[in-house]
Ligand binder design. Structure first.
Ligand SMILES: [Zn+2]
Length: 267
């Protein structure tokens, strides 16, 4: 039977923690490296509904993309949401492990899975490669099998991503032909300039704000597609689960389909 430390070894080979951003908090959050692991649940967010799903399924380990604790805390009391999560995990002997910005920049990583989900084929290259390792880095650029109107690509992207309350939003002429596409899972604001310089036809990411998006489109840059943050990262879960299943570690894996995007309803 696999021990938690074996699962961690496989995860850290695929998503080296040394590649995480300096402000990030990745790795083991709760659990004993020696404890046995039979069932591993993959989810984007370490929130109460995901812990409930883990309990119901009998998971020994939850692997999430987002950290539970990113800043310091002085309490794990049940009166706080994060306290409820950590107490439930420890009381039920469920380990929690996070692969965040180290999974973003991995190859394959979060944006590879996003690129495939929205229909990009062929080779994918990082939008912002590491100077010392150009095969890894933030975002991905790829091609559509054939050029298509922006509106059609938006529909294809929406169909390829899991459903959320608001779907996706588009900035740009829906008739514009697009073939070269940049994507970045999660909040991709900081990559707008890089996407413009890369000469892509459209940049798909999440959490875009009015002013940066408006100025970007006014400047005649690529079209923009803004998807739900959770939806852009969710495709990676299947990729990570498949990686673990084929790593030689004997565990059962499951991807949580619980929608934990912050926005739960559109009007
Ligand atoms: Zn994220």
């Amino acid at each position: 039977m696999a021990a938690l430390t074996d699962v961690i070894d496989a995860l850290e080979t695929a998503y080296p923690p040394a590649r995480a951003e300096s402000w990030d908090a990745v790795g083991l959050v709760s659990g004993d490296p020696a404890q046995p692991v039979r069932k591993v649940l993959f989810a984007v967010d370490p929130v109460v509904v995901v812990v409930e799903e883990a309990l119901e399924w009998g998971a020994d380990l939850i692997v999430t993309h987002h950290p539970l604790y990113l800043r310091g805390t002085t309490t794990v009391a049940a009166g706080t949401p994060k306290g409820r999560v950590i107490r439930a995990l420890i009381k039920n002997d469920i380990a929690l492990y996070t692969a965040h910005t180290n999974a973003d920049v991995a190859n394959p990583g979060v944006s590879d899975a996003l690129a495939r989900a929205v229909g990009l084929t062929g080779d994918l290259v990082p939008l912002r490669p590491f100077p010392d390792d150009p095969g890894r880095g933030l975002g991905r650029i790829g091609e559509l099998p054939s050029p298509m109107p922006l509106g059609d690509f938006a529909e294809q992207a929406a169909a390829g991503l899991p459903k959320t309350s608001w779907g996706i939003r588009v900035a740009g002429d829906p008739g514009r032909r697009v073939s070269r596409v940049a994507v970045s899972g999660g909040a991709g604001d900081s990559l707008l300039g890089t996407a413009a310089a890369a000469g892509v036809d459209v940049f798909l990411t999440a959490d875009l704000r009015h002013h940066p998006a408006s100025e970007f489109v006014e400047a005649g840059g690529p079209a923009l597609i803004d998807a739900a943050h959770w939806a852009t990262e969710w495709p990676w879960l299947d990729s990570a689960a498949s990686m673990l299943a084929s790593s030689g570690v004997t565990v059962e894996t499951r991807v949580s389909a619980t929608v934990t995007d912050a926005w739960t309803r559109g009007y």
